[in-house]
Design a binder for this molecule. Sequence first.
Ligand SMILES: NC(=O)c1ccc[n+]([C@@H]2O[C@H](COP(=O)([O-])OP(=O)(O)OC[C@H]3O[C@@H](n4cnc5c(N)ncnc54)[C@H](O)[C@@H]3O)[C@@H](O)[C@H]2O)c1
Length: 376
Amino acid sequence: MPVFRALARAAQQTVLTPGCGCRPLALAVRHISFSPRQVTSDASFHSVSFSETDHPKVLITGGLGQLGVGLAKLLRKRFGKNNVILSDIRKPPSHVFHSGMTGPFIYSDILDYKNLREIVVNNRITWLVHYSALLSAVGEANVSLARAVNITGLHNILDIAAEHGLRLFVPSTIGAFGPTSPRNPTPDLCVQRPRTIYGVSKVHAELMGEYYHHKYGLDFRCLRYPGIISADSQPGGGTTDYAVAIFHDAVKTGKFECNLKPDTRLPMMYIDDCLRATLEVMESPAEQLSMRTYNINAMSFTPEELVAEVQKQLPDLQVTYNIDPVRQAIADSWPMNFDDENARREWGWKHEYDLPELVTTMLNSIGADSRIASAN
Ligand SMILES: NC(=O)c1ccc[n+]([C@@H]2O[C@H](COP(=O)([O-])OP(=O)(O)OC[C@H]3O[C@@H](n4cnc5c(N)ncnc54)[C@H](O)[C@@H]3O)[C@@H](O)[C@H]2O)c1
């Protein structure tokens, strides 16, 4: 133990009196509150409290976006509703409170480190699912905010997770690859030179998570999601949003204007598969994971292939193309097919929804919703 304290003191000394003579950063002062050694001892303390309840205590950040509410429902079903806390900086819509699986919701801004720590400590959190982010198209429109949320925010999350021995899930994306990556298919390990702030921030998250894993023993787990398609939650400004919008427009107006070219091929997944994959990788025994970041995939299609499948059920659907140059440039630099062989072999990843099942499920779900809405 004295060795740990000496190490911590040495680290403190280095931070407080940097060799360059510059003023130490406020952020750096935070790091001296724990040393890499303390992280390891804290981790074993927290794993004791985890086994006391047999269930993880989960905090989801950015939980009111496209994916968080669905994940909270899935995790609450498995671990009990009070063991999963949804958080965001937005006011939750009434359906989040009035759904059958309602559980705790709290305000949490990931840029507020002390508030995050308070939440983790007071609620004895053991798993952290970090969903807060600015997505690709929104990020390009506000680079400084994307940099703050996706990079500075991630640093807060990593430090909190390491300090308190949490199991940390951070999603990455097909957007973590770029034009110089092999695109058809894209393997787990290859050149990653994305051209968006979103992609750059996600490569940063992958590498920082893996670094904290090797350096401090952080139980970091990361899946690169493809474009996610969901019926009852709206996408948050990504390049694959067209594949959600088409279903709503087809049911409500019978017309759809697509902002990507008809032959733009991108990997996609239905939300239920995505959320189940997240739970499965979080529950996988560590010895099954040879890596900390995995591609996962279900299907890959172009707008014209999706339109053809939707028109099998709604033959009157009219489609026009009005290309958004920003989104098109992003899509043209992303993988066309995703190689998820390692996830399938190591921890048993298996998707359930292909394109026909996806289309039927989406149309049934949105059609039913809009019939209910018009009946009201
Ligand atoms: N949806 C997809 O197709 C997709 C694909 C690949 C990866 N992902 C990743 O999955 C995660 C969740 O995606 P999503 O589609 O639900 O995103 P979303 O954009 O719909 O939601 C993100 C949420 O983060 C919140 N947020 C923003 N700033 C915050 C802050 N300072 N503190 C706390 N919360 C803040 C927002 O209010 C929003 O509710 C993201 O990390 C995203 O990069 C999503």
